[in-house]
Design a protein around this ligand. Structure first.
Ligand SMILES: Cc1cc2nc3c(=O)[nH]c(=O)nc-3n(C[C@H](O)[C@H](O)[C@H](O)COP(=O)(O)OP(=O)(O)OC[C@H]3O[C@@H](n4cnc5c(N)ncnc54)[C@H](O)[C@@H]3O)c2cc1C
Length: 420
């Protein structure tokens, strides 16, 4: 039986492992850390006294690759979200509140109704979204700024949330497939979804259990330190356990982050600028959100960008903000708590003692047009080696959906390559 060696057990590596197992390969996953999941994982936090995610991760119901992966591993019911495709916002400077609520089907009736639009926006601003179809190398700001409040109230926060890059730098064309696969298809494809019991319980543990039931090996604390190739193929990989020979029929799927790949394969192009995401968690008694049954709130003109509530933990995401990533944690906690306390029915002057700031310094690559040029395709010049990860060219921003699709595509590609 041919063996597929998967290097890296983030969601891209796990998705590739699942595909290779479906294609009847014996699967061995090599993961350098003691826990699978990479940038999409949960852990027990002593300060909060509960298990939390390394960061709030939002998906949309149109994320077809992530949903098909979850269905395969038996975790299709592990995502949860509001019944409607509704995104509530508050502007902390003006006090205005509004919700973007999408209609069923691809016709966006809501933009025709002044009362359902973002306050102060005109119909023509929404129609200018069609410019995305010819975005070329322009940034989101170059495409949409100066046309009215829709830029500050939709395009800017949407860009930061989806690309983790500010609108003045972000390549507008990265938004196009996201919108095409979700918002443009209507409410059924645009419902916000979060992991019901955390990221590991949703994306990681069920995958490992599924793989192990099929005879796969998941080797934790098993860093791959080198790989050797001849002209055509990978011939061996070095792990802590020594050198492992790669037989003629075996394949290697490289699923490490962009900043690691060049240490293993010198001759590969990869994005080399990264952006932080800061997450702030508070353990709160009985947090209440402004909209019943909606666990998220977009916040403008504040340090806090998105507020999420799950059980008794209120969490805030601050994306694409280097200043926040360099700011003192206590200072962040004070500012964020003052911003969110009244939103969740709490007293602003009573900051919970159980609070925590987590800074992921390299959460995603910087989504500029220049960095996109550095994304490589999944196939390499070596017949039995493919690449996957959120940074490999898959048209999508650095997201769970992009990483999973990349893992699935790479696995399918290598199966075709060795069959040909
Ligand atoms: C705080 C935060 C918030 C985010 N929010 C969202 C969100 O709301 N929605 C969304 O869709 N996405 C979000 N993302 C992005 C998403 O988490 C990533 O795009 C995705 O998890 C990347 O998966 P990956 O498998 O490509 O890479 P990784 O998760 O980085 O996995 C790579 C794996 O390779 C392992 N590895 C590295 N070197 C070696 C080696 N030499 N040998 C063996 N193993 C090795 C690593 O330990 C790691 O487990 C967020 C990310 C962060 C950090």
């Amino acid at each position: 039986m041919a063996t597929a060696h998967i290097i890296g057990a983030g969601v891209a590596g796990l998705a590739a492992a699942v595909e290779m197992s479906k294609a009847q390969f014996r699967v061995v996953v090599h993961e350098q850390s003691g826990q699978a999941g990479g940038r999409c994982r949960s852990f027990y936090d002593n300060t909060l006294g509960c298990t939390i995610d390394n960061g709030n991760h939002l998906l949309l119901s149109g994320n077809k690759s992530a949903l098909s992966y979850l269905d395969t591993i038996g975790a299709g019911d592990q995502l949860t979200g509001p019944e409607f495709a509704e995104f509530p916002f508050v502007d902390l400077k003006t006090g205005e509140r509004w919700s973007i609520r999408l209609d069923r089907g691809s016709m966006p009736w809501w933009i025709l109704n002044k009362d359902r639009r973002v306050p102060g926006t005109r119909l023509s601003e929404y129609l200018s979204g069609l410019k995305l179809l010819s975005a070329g190398n322009r940034t989101v700001k170059q495409l949409f700024a100066g046309q009215g409040p829709l830029f500050e109230r939709f395009w800017e926060p949407f860009t930061v949330a989806v690309i983790n890059t500010t609108a003045d730098l972000a390549a507008a064309r990265l938004l196009t497939p996201v919108i095409r696969e979700t918002l443009a298809k209507g409410a059924e494809y645009s419902r916000p979804l979060i992991a019901r019991h955390g990221l590991s319980a949703t994306f990681v543990t069920p995958a490992i259990e599924w793989l192990e039931r099929r005879g796969s090996e998941i080797r934790l604390n098993d860093r791959v330190s080198a790989i050797s190739m001849d002209e055509r193929r990978v011939v061996s990989i070095e792990t802590g356990k020594g050198s492992e020979l790669i037989a003629n029929c075996d394949v290697v799927v490289m699923a490490v982050p962009a900043w690691v790949v060049r240490s293993l394969i010198g001759d590969v192009s990869a994005p080399d600028r990264f952006v932080p995401i800061v997450n702030v968690h508070f353990r709160v008694d009985n947090p209440r959100m402004p909209l019943m049954n909606n666990p998220l709130l977009g916040m403008l003109n504040s340090l806090s960008q998105w507020l999420f509530v799950r059980d008794d933990v209120a969490s805030v995401t601050i994306s694409a903000d280097d200043d926040a990533a360099n700011r003192d944690a206590n200072d962040i906690l004070n500012t964020v708590w003052r911003e969110i306390a009244s939103e969740i029915g709490q007293a602003p002057d009573k900051r919970p003692a159980r609070a925590r700031v987590i800074k992921e310094r390299r959460a995603t690559f910087l989504g500029t047009p220049e960095q996109l040029e550095k994304r490589p395709p999944p196939s390499t010049k070596w017949q039995n080696l493919v690449l996957c990860g959120d940074w490999v060219d898959n048209g999508l921003p650095s997201t769970i959906e992009g990483a999973i699709r990349s893992g699935q595509t790479a696995a399918q590609r290598v199966v075709q390559l060795i069959a040909s």
